[in-house]
Ligand binder design. Structure first.
Ligand code: DAH
Length: 344
């Protein structure tokens, strides 16, 4: 830039003219802001370019140019402020609220019925002094069968029921292996429940699924008896289903002796007989029994000194009873209209 007074004056006046014109044309507060930055800011091409030249002029020219500089600066500042005010006042008002519009639907998450049942069962047993134990889903054959006193040719070990893994081991067919793992990890007294998923090569029908949740329970100490088993499980049923009749039927499991199954009066028909209870008025909810001495011994315990009882139940089936769900496959469907009924 030339530094003669005339050139500076011309440049400054051109800057004023161009920017006043830009302001007049500005259609938005943003455009005014751009002009402000270009003229009053530090970037090249604005007023700042001229400021340095004031001191470079011969002393005689300085007052006149200084005065012009100040006038242009003030003029631009005022023009910017007033255009800014004008444009913000005339900015379009926000769209009016349409009160007739339907409200947006609020989606509330729900816990799955089986999760609800699992949590309730856990809470009841915690209250009775049980702690929660876990074990792996991919399990050794010994923990799943051998240690639990299954004879080597037991039909449950058949390829038809068990999912064997290619590199050895299997997917546990029940939560009972957690009994052995727990007995190996600390000494009695032991009271645990073990919730978890189990896997079977079952058909997928109204009451069977190839993967489902189980809850194992076990109490081991000196002098534990079948009376403790019956009292604990009947107490549990009353708390879980509300006051209910229970009955114990003799049964068989390789890992318990004696073994039993516990039934509760059918919730759907109140014990009078319906399709769900196959007209019997009773529904089986768990298997149980006194732990077989060989099981205690397989886990390294002295079966002369200790006794124990155990049970296994299926929260998926219990949820059918509890919520009156007719078909277990619904529990696996991820059907929102079914699941949202459980929102609390
Ligand atoms: N493990 C058995 C099953 O999956 C259920 C069971 C029955 C577990 C009796 C137990 C028990 O602990 O005592 O069918």
């Amino acid at each position: 830039m030339s530094t003669s007074l005339d050139d500076l004056r011309t440049g400054l006046e051109e800057l004023r003219r161009a920017n006043l014109e830009a302001l007049a044309k500005a259609r938005s507060v943003d455009e005014v802001e751009q002009t402000r930055i270009a003229t009053l800011g530090r970037a090249r091409g604005g007023l700042n370019d001229y400021k340095a030249h004031i001191t470079a002029l011969p002393p005689a020219d300085r007052p006149a140019f200084g005065a012009l500089f100040n006038t242009v600066k003030q003029e631009l500042e005022q023009a910017i402020a007033s255009r800014h005010a004008e444009l913000s006042a005339s900015a379009p008002a926000p769209a009016a609220v349409d009160l007739s519009m339907p409200a947006r639907r609020q989606w509330r998450g729900a816990r799955h019925p089986v999760t609800i049942v699992l949590a309730e069962i856990e809470a009841i047993f915690r209250d009775l002094g049980f702690t929660v134990a876990t074990g792996p889903e991919a399990e050794h054959e010994w923990y799943n069968f051998g240690a639990l006193n299954f004879p080597p040719d037991h039909p449950a070990m058949d390829m038809h029921d068990t999912l064997y893994l290619e590199r050895g081991g299997l997917l546990r067919t029940h939560t009972s292996p957690v009994q052995i793992r727990t007995l190996q990890s600390y000494p009695p007294p032991i009271r645990i429940i073990a919730p978890g998923n189990v896997f079977r090569r079952d058909f997928f029908d109204a009451s069977h699924a190839p993967m489902f949740a189980q809850i194992e329970g076990m109490a081991v100490d000196e002098g534990v008896s079948f009376v403790d088993l019956k009292a604990t499980l009947a107490n549990f049923a009353n708390r879980f289903f509300g006051e209910t009749k229970t009955r114990f039927r003799p049964s068989f499991f390789p890992f318990t002796e004696p073994s039993a199954e516990m039934d509760v009066a059918c919730r759907i028909c109140n014990g009078t007989g319906c399709a769900t209870c196959k007209q019997t008025g009773w529904v089986e909810i768990l298997g149980c029994g006194m732990m077989h001495p060989s099981v205690l011994e397989a886990a390294g315990l002295d079966a002369q000194r200790y006794t124990g009882w155990a049970f296994g139940m299926g929260p998926g089936r219990m949820a059918l009873q509890r919520f009156g769900i007719p078909d277990i496959r619904i529990e696996y469907d991820s059907d929102i209209s079914f699941l949202e009924q459980f929102a609390q």
